[in-house]
Design a protein around this ligand. Structure first.
Ligand code: KIV
Ligand code: ZN
Length: 511
């Protein structure tokens, strides 16, 4: 019997704290559904007290996700805890995760509280949380730079008060594996009733050691790892879920534990998070990078052809590469389309919604013979834009680009109820398209990011464009997909403007 390692995903909370990674409620819901499909044990859905938008997102996720525990972060104060408690109420299984800093520098300079006051506040926090749930996690923020005797004291007190998971964060990514493992071992040995709780770790990647530290802690007895898809997170990010999960799966002999993760959902999750946030995955990133399973050297290729395990320790298909084979084509019917959407976790709101999506699928299938899951995902995300949230819509476009001539764009846009023509020249057709849109929108935004990715392989692949815009401290990402990347770019720009125009609230709490 191997122990179970609990996978706690914080992409929607700590991941979202990366500058520029803020997500709308619907985007968070799509990621949460994918995390549930992947069988993540705990989803930290947000920080309910940070804003009404965050509260609504946690609540919406708690309403729809039933196979993962839904958790909300809360500072150790009554208001934060009550907001979290309310937000997780609809969950089949809900957790409150409360935290307070315990390092001398944080207590003295940030909180301006004595260690005794911090301990007292932590205990009160647990008692407020207990009014809502029995599943309570306590984190000692900056535990990685806290004094071990003090950690023992505060953990003993919160366990006595009712905390069921004790999390040891290396908030600033300062620890190294041997030392971090020794800390975990000491805590488990010294804290009374340590066997009654789950020991958890939460590592940041400032020294590139987040995964190594998390794994060292697992060897020392931690049985929950907090991580994010693609290692998204504050500064250099958090421990990457895919690396932790595949390390323990591949080296069960070393770690003596395993997760319940359906690893074939890893690559789809990585692509979804990358597409929504606009944070590309580096090609040589372990597990989910485009080159993670490619062999370029002739000697390696020869070895793999003779016997795969000569150069491969994992199978690409086990983490979801290539799993998304050709799924549908021009002749696929409505039922096949509906079933595949359901398998992909899309919410089909009505027959009308399905019919509309099916018509768009047929249009795409006319342009592109083979439709893959990734194409359907892009189509679903376009469909998620409801008419109420779509103030700007691209109706038609014409672009001119010729050697020796200035590129130009001529767009027909629906703006509210009106149809408007917009024209502009630019340094390239994308620039011209954005300038044409701006002649109408006059948004006053700053373009922070423009990125294009081919959704699948082949020159008939759809290009998926992400545009990040900021205005008055609000940062939004817009996505657009099309076989014509200039059209995809215009759609992405309009999608971002729609988010700024709508009720979208900046959901990027910095704690
Ligand atoms: O890094 C950190 O300390 C955190 C805590 C809130 C768990 O994110
Ligand atoms: Zn963190």
């Amino acid at each position: 019997m191997t122990d179970q390692l609990i996978v706690f995903d914080t992409t929607l909370r700590d991941g979202e704290q990366s500058p520029g990674a803020s997500m709308t409620r619907d985007e968070k819901l799509r990621i949460a559904r994918q995390l549930e499909r992947m069988k993540v044990n705990v989803i930290e859905a947000g920080f309910a007290a940070a804003s009404n938008g965050d509260f609504e997102s946690v609540r919406a996720i708690a309403e729809v996700v039933k196979d993962s525990t839904i958790c909300s972060l809360a500072r150790a104060n009554e208001n934060d805890i009550r907001r979290s408690g309310e937000a997780i109420k609809p969950a089949a299984s809900g957790r409150i995760h409360t935290f307070i800093a315990t390092s001398p520098i944080h207590m003295e300079k940030k909180l301006r509280m004595s260690p005794d006051q911090v301990l007292e506040q932590a205990v009160k926090a647990i008692s407020w949380a207990r009014e809502y749930t029995d599943d309570i996690e306590f984190s000692a923020e900056d535990a990685g730079r806290s004094e071990i005797d003090y950690l023992c004291r505060i953990f003993e007190a919160v366990i006595k008060a009712g905390a069921t998971t004790i999390n040891v964060p290396d908030t600033v990514g300062y620890n190294v594996p041997e030392q971090f493992a020794a800390t975990i071992r000491t805590l488990i040995e010294r804290v009374p009733n340590s066997d009654k709780v789950v020991w958890s770790v939460h590592c940041h990647n400032d020294l590139g050691l987040a995964v190594a530290n998390s794994l060292a802690a697992v060897r020392a007895g931690a049985r929950q790892v907090e991580c994010t898809i693609n290692g998204l997170g504050e500064r250099a990010g958090n421990a990457s879920l895919e690396e932790v999960v595949m390390a323990v799966r591949t080296r069960r002999d070393i770690y003596q534990c395993d997760t319940r993760i359906d690893t074939t959902q890893i690559v789809p999750a990585s692509k979804l998070v990358s597409g929504i946030t606009g944070f590309p995955v580096q090609p040589n990133k372990a597990i989910v990078g485009a080159n993670a399973f490619s062999h370029e050297s002739g000697i390696h290729q020869d070895g793999v052809l003779k016997h795969r395990e000569t150069y491969e320790i994992m199978r690409a298909e086990d983490v979801g590469w290539g799993a998304n084979k050709l799924v549908l084509g021009k002749h696929s019917g409505r039922n096949a389309f509906r079933s595949r959407l359901i398998e992909l976790g899309a919410a089909i709101e009505s027959e009308e919604h399905l019919n509309h999506a099916f018509a768009r699928f047929k249009e795409l299938a006319d342009k592109k013979h083979e439709i893959f899951d990734e194409d359907l995902q892009a189509l679903i995300s376009d469909e998620a834009v409801t008419p109420e949230s779509e103030h700007y819509r691209l109706v038609a476009s014409r672009f001119h680009s010729e050697t020796g001539e200035t590129p130009a764009a001529r767009l027909t846009l629906n703006v509210g109820e009106k149809e408007i023509q917009a024209e502009a020249e630019g340094s390239g057709p994308v620039d011209a398209a954005f300038k044409a849109i701006e002649t109408v929108a006059k948004s006053g935004t700053e373009l922070l990011l423009y990125s294009v990715n081919a959704i699948t392989t082949g020159t008939d692949a759809q290009g998926e464009v992400t545009v990040r815009l900021s205005r008055d401290g609000k940062v939004v990402n817009g996505q657009g997909a099309d076989t014509d990347i200039i059209v995809a770019s215009a759609k992405a720009y309009l999608n971002a403007l729609n988010k700024l125009h709508g009720k979208f609230e900046k959901l990027n709490p910095q704690i």
